[in-house]
Design a protein around this ligand. Structure first.
Ligand code: ADQ
Length: 466
C-alpha cells in the first residue's frame, strides 16, 4: 500500500472549535481517504534549535509537528513568505520587501523541514507538498536521497515571468519547482505563467507537445487542479446553522432588510478597500436603497505582524466609519464590519441568509468563499454572487455577476443588478454554478492530484530522481 504524506507550513490538529481554512480542509480530505501523514509547523515558536517532531494519531491520520526558532520563523514566515512571495505572486510587486537575510531563513526552514521529515518517510510514500512557503522542500528532499514521487500544489496565483523576474532569485525558484514530479496550479492562467518561466529559463524545447515538461532526463507534469469544496457538507451546514441562535439573532436584526455579505481574511489582496468604496458609491447613486440593505463584512485579522496588514486595517476602519457616519440613521447601520472569527458552520448559515455575496479580490488563487456562498444558498430562492474576474474561481463560476474589482462604478451597478434580479434568473445561475461545484468538488481535486502523482510511478513514465 502506498501512503500519502502531506506537508504544509502549518498543520491544524482537529479540534472541535477550530475553523480550518481552505488548504487544511483540502489536505484533511485527502488524508482521510487513504490514511497517511501530515507534517508541518505546529504553531509554536521556541528559542532553541527545533527538536524532533511531536506525533499524534487521530482517526487514521498521523500528525507530525515541529516547532521553529522564533527569530527564524519571523524571517521565513512574516518576512520571505508573506512580505516577498505573497505580494509578488499576487502581482503587487510594489508591496514586496526583499532581503537576503529573509531568503536565507526561508531556505534554512525548508532544509529543517526536509531533515525532520526524512526519518518519518517510508519506501512506498507519495509526497504532496503544499504552497509557497515550501517551494524548495522538494529539492532539499532530493538532496537527502528521497526518490519517491513528489508533487507540489500552489494555492495562490503563479505570476508571469515578467513579474517573477522582479525576484532576484527567480531562476532558483523555477528550478526548485522542477524538482517535483507533478506541479499543480489553480487555473490555466497560472499554468501558462509557469510555462512562460520554464520557456525563459530552459528554452521552448522544454515544453513538449503532450503538455509535459522535459528538462535534461527528467519529465515533469505541470497541470491545473482547481480546488473545490465539500458541497454536501456546506449545504447541510448552511441549512442546519440557519436554525441556530447566533444566525437567528443576525437575521432577526435585519428587520426585513436585504443582506449583502462578505467573508475574507483581512488581506490587501481581497480588495476590501475598493469594495467599501463601491458600496459607498452604490448608496450615493441608488438612494432608494438607503435603509433597505445591510452589508455585513466579516474579516478576521491575519498576519498581524506584517506591516502591510496594519495599513490595510486602518484604511478599512476609516472607510467603514466614513460610510456609516455619512449614511447611517438612528435605526440603520449601512456596514457592519467585524474583525472576528466564526465557526465554519455559522459562517455558512450567514451566507445562506444573504441575498448578495460580495467576493471581489484584486487577485486570488481560487477563493473558496465564492464557492461556499453558492453551495450554502437555498436553491428555491438563491442569492446572487458578485465575483471578481481576477479570482481563480471566476473561471469556473462564469454564471456569477463577474466584475473588475478596481471598477468601483461597475461593482456598484452589479450590487443594484443583484438586488433586482428576477427569481428565474437567480435560480438558473445558481443551478449552473452548482453543477460545476459538484463536478469539481474537494474529493475530485484530491483524487485527480493523487492519480497524477501515482502515475509518475508507472514504468513508461518513470522519472529518475536527481
Ligand atoms: P485564503 O486566501 O485563506 O486561501 P479562501 O479560498 O477564501 O482564502 O479560503 C478561506 C477559507 O477560510 C474558507 O473556507 C472560509 O470559509 C474560511 N474562512 C474565512 N473567513 C473565516 C472566518 N471569519 N471564520 C472561519 N472561517 C473563515 C488560499 C488562497 C485561495 C485558495 C485557498 C485554497 O489564497 O485563493 O482558494 O487557499 O486553495
Amino acid at each position: 500500500m502506498t501512503r500519502l504524506v502531506c506537508v504544509s507550513n502549518r498543520i491544524s490538529l482537529p479540534r472541535k472549535s477550530a475553523a480550518p481554512g481552505g488548504l487544511a480542509v483540502g489536505i484533511l480530505s485527502a488524508l482521510k481517504r487513504t490514511g497517511g501523514l501530515w507534517f508541518g509547523w505546529g504553531g509554536e515558536t521556541i528559542e532553541t534549535e527545533p527538536a524532533d517532531p511531536d506525533i499524534h494519531i487521530r482517526e487514521g491520520v498521523t500528525y507530525a509537528t515541529i516547532d521553529l526558532r522564533r527569530a527564524e520563523f519571523e524571517l521565513y514566515y512574516n518576512g520571505y513568505s508573506n512580505d516577498v512571495l505573497w505580494p509578488l505572486f499576487h502581482y503587487f510587486s510594489k508591496g514586496m520587501r526583499y532581503s537576503n537575510e529573509q531568503r536565507e531563513a526561508y531556505e534554512n526552514v525548508n532544509r529543517i523541514f526536509a531533515q525532520k521529515l526524512l526519518p518519518l518517510l517510508q519506501p512506498r510514500d507519495l509526497i504532496w507538498v503544499h504552497d509557497y512557503h515550501l517551494i524548495p522542500l522538494g529539492r532539499r528532499l532530493r538532496e537527502l536521497g528521497v526518490q519517491r514521487p513528489m508533487g507540489f500544489f500552489l494555492h495562490i496565483p503563479f505570476p508571469n515571468i515578467e513579474m517573477l523576474r522582479v525576484l532576484p532569485c527567480y531562476s532558483e525558484l523555477l528550478r526548485d519547482l522542477t524538482s517535483y514530479d507533478v506541479v499543480g496550479f489553480q487555473t490555466h492562467n497560472d499554468l501558462r505563467s509557469f510555462h512562460s518561466g520554464i520557456e525563459h529559463l530552459f528554452g521552448a524545447d522544454a515544453l513538449r507537445p503532450d503538455g509535459r515538461i522535459r528538462i535534461g532526463d527528467r519529465t515533469i507534469r505541470a497541470e491545473v487542479f482547481p480546488i473545490g469544496i465539500d458541497v454536501a457538507a456546506v449545504e447541510s451546514e448552511g441549512l442546519e446553522a440557519s436554525a441556530t441562535d447566533v444566525v437567528r439573532r443576525m437575521t432577526d436584526s435585519l428587520v426585513g432588510r436585504s443582506l449583502m455579505m462578505g467573508v475574507d481574511r483581512l488581506d490587501y489582496s481581497k480588495g476590501l478597500v475598493e469594495r467599501f468604496s463601491a458600496y459607498q458609491q452604490f448608496l450615493e447613486t441608488h438612494p432608494e436603497n438607503l435603509g433597505r440593505i445591510t452589508y455585513i463584512q466579516i474579516a478576521p485579522l491575519s498576519r498581524t505582524d506584517v506591516r502591510a496588514y496594519a495599513e490595510i486595517r486602518q484604511a478599512l476602519e476609516q472607510a467603514a466609519g466614513r460610510t456609516n457616519g455619512r449614511f447611517a440613521d438612528t435605526d440603520w447601520t449601512p456596514i457592519r464590519y467585524l474583525n472576528r472569527n466564526f465557526p465554519h458552520a455559522t459562517l455558512m448559515g450567514f451566507l445562506r441568509a444573504a441575498k448578495v455575496g460580495l467576493v471581489t479580490p484584486l487577485r486570488d488563487g481560487m477563493n473558496l468563499v465564492a464557492k461556499e456562498f453558492v453551495a450554502a444558498q437555498d436553491p428555491a430562492d438563491p442569492g446572487v454572487l458578485i465575483l471578481s474576474n481576477l479570482a481563480g474561481a471566476a473561471r469556473e463560476l462564469s454564471s456569477a455577476l463577474l466584475v473588475n474589482p478596481y471598477d468601483v462604478r461597475g461593482v456598484s451597478h452589479a450590487i443594484q443588478a443583484a438586488l433586482s434580479m428576477p427569481l428565474n434568473e437567480r435560480r438558473e445561475r445558481h443551478a449552473d454554478m452548482m453543477k460545476v461545484l459538484r463536478r469539481n468538488d474537494i474529493a475530485a481535486w484530491t483524487r485527480r492530484f493523487m492519480e497524477a502523482l501515482e502515475q509518475t510511478q508507472a514504468p513508461e513514465s518513470r522519472v529518475r530522481a536527481i
